[in-house]
Write a protein that binds this ligand. Structure first.
Ligand SMILES: [Zn+2]
Length: 254
């Protein structure tokens, strides 16, 4: 029954063009493993991330996005970037039901929420983001930028999914709320820092705009910084993993 529910939600997201076909298959895998490990409670945490991201995307997305590589239709790679770490934690929990795995699961989803809220709300709020280290103005949408609205949204997203997790997952208590939210926020900061240091970025040969797209104004942009293979999905997956691990290590200390 619970798997039928996952299938229905994934099917609806695909129908509404929030997921591509490969994205839907990957989302069903993530939802299925989550349901098997944590039941309905796990799906509530996943849903806090996924539903809020999709709703914000639909509400705030502008018609044209010409800085970032991908649009709002998530494919398998994007689903894995945000759902891979929590799914791995859920799979681990199925075999070894340890509380630390619950922290990784919740921390990673909270970090994913912080990141999507920060980029959706930060972009919609407008204004010029600044580079995470140099504090110099940056083209909106280019990785490594932070803004006041984005930072506030990151805390909002982190607290939103963490609150859901603390309410529904029996292993988590109220004292864990701030630990998990702080770990998720740290993940968002790691995301910006890694984006600034390593993420591949180019400059359009036609209009000169900084872009992370593979094509701009019909031409292949000139590679200007970062490692070519480090795209946004890689940065997301790594920062979610680190947020989950920070949350789990905090669990051992508190
Ligand atoms: Zn251009």
């Amino acid at each position: 029954m619970i798997y039928l529910f996952v299938l229905l939600v994934v099917g609806a997201a695909w129908w509404k063009q929030s997921l591509s076909l490969s994205g839907a298959a990957a989302a069903f895998a993530v939802g299925g493993i989550t349901a098997a490990a944590f039941g309905t409670a796990g799906l509530v945490v996943l849903g806090a991330f996924f539903v809020s991201s999709v709703v914000l995307d639909k509400l705030l997305a502008k018609e044209e996005e010409d800085v970032e590589e991908k649009g709002s239709r998530r494919d398998a790679v994007q689903v894995a970037a945000n759902g891979g770490v929590p799914a791995a934690a859920a799979a681990y929990y199925l075999v070894f039901p340890e509380t630390a795995a619950v922290f990784v699961f919740a921390g990673a989803f909270a970090a994913a929420t912080a990141d999507t809220w920060a980029s959706s709300i930060g972009r919609a709020a407008g204004g010029i983001p600044v580079h995470v280290f140099s504090r110099k103005p940056l083209t909106p949408g280019i990785s490594g930028g932070v803004s006041r609205a984005g930072t506030a949204a990151a805390w909002g997203g982190a607290l939103f999914t963490t609150s859901a997790a603390v309410i529904v997952l029996p292993e988590l208590q109220l004292v864990h709320l701030l630990i998990l939210a702080a770990a998720a926020f740290a993940g968002q900061w790691i995301d910006a820092a890694a984006g600034a240091l390593f993420q591949s970025c180019g400059a359009c040969r036609v209009c000169g705009q900084m872009t992370e797209k593979k094509e701009h104004c019909g031409a292949k942009p000139e590679h200007v910084k970062g490692w070519r293979w480090v795209q946004n999905d890689v940065v997301n997956a790594v920062s979610n993993l680190l947020a989950g691990l920070i949350a789990a290590s905090a669990f051992f200390y508190f």
